[in-house]
Design a protein around this ligand. Structure first.
Ligand SMILES: [Zn+2]
Length: 246
């Protein structure tokens, strides 16, 4: 018996002794650590530092069974896996080919604006990764291409670093994810606000000022950057102050 070598699926030596289950299949067992203390046997957050779940032993009382294989079996498994991957790769290549045949025009148009449009680039990335194109993705690409051809009336305002003050209406309010907020500072920006001037120029500001769509403000602040988002030119304003228009 001892001449036969058993290895883990990764081809490594078993970390613990080899056992055999009722069907004669080899395995080794690794003790699972106590889930409460993580195997240390101690808890720092209770008055009594001895872990109550494992009584300080650090184990969960359960073991994970790791199946073992002979080198021959591992070779066969690897060969089967390589075949499966080759089949999947071939299927993917066929799907991509079909995509090009059915949606060649929009894919080509989207690729042409790929460098200028992060939005189109992201969708193309997904399409190329999944080798599939949903109707929603096709519509998004069509829109990205159309908006790129006609960015609409919005122009970039001011020069970078310049202070501006302009009247605009809130068109979109997006709450910031908590991790982008500064803890314990009530004046820290809580949302990203998109505002549109009467001439159709878009501004984006991060603010703690409560606001909702259709609110009219005088926005003053410093021009931070000029961006293009989904084909629309936007002026990003930093240290923005929003004063309600009456
Ligand atoms: Zn424990």
């Amino acid at each position: 018996m001892s001449e036969i070598t058993y290895l883990t699926r990764k081809g490594e030596c078993p970390p613990t002794a080899v056992h055999f289950d009722d069907n004669g299949k080899p395995y080794c067992a690794i003790d699972i650590a106590c889930p409460l203390c993580g195997g240390t046997g101690r808890t720092s957050w209770t008055p009594d530092p001895i872990c109550i779940a494992c009584d300080g032993e650090g184990g969960s009382g359960r073991a994970e069974r790791i199946p073992l294989y002979t080198p021959d079996e591992i070779q066969r498994l690897e060969a089967a896996l390589a075949k499966k991957r080759a089949r999947q790769e071939a299927a993917r290549a066929r799907s991509l080919q079909t995509l090009e045949e059915n949606h060649g025009a929009i894919l080509e148009a989207a690729r042409a604006i790929r460098n200028a449009s992060p939005y189109a680039d992201r969708i193309l990335d997904t399409i190329e990764r999944t080798a599939a194109l949903s109707p929603a993705q096709a519509a998004s690409l069509e829109r990205a291409v159309a908006e790129h051809r006609d960015p609409g009336p919005s122009q970039h305002l001011g020069a970078i670093g310049e202070r501006i003050a302009i009247t605009a209406v809130v068109t979109k309010v997006a709450p910031l994810k908590p991790r982008f907020r500064s803890k314990g500072r009530p004046t820290a920006p809580a949302c990203a606000v998109t505002l549109t001037t009467d001439d159709g120029h878009q501004l984006v500001a991060f603010t703690a000022t409560p606001c909702s769509p259709r609110d009219r403000f005088t926005i003053s602040g410093t021009v931070k950057t000029h961006k293009t988002w989904k084909g629309k030119r936007q002026t990003i304003v930093t240290r923005a102050k929003l004063t309600p228009e009456v």
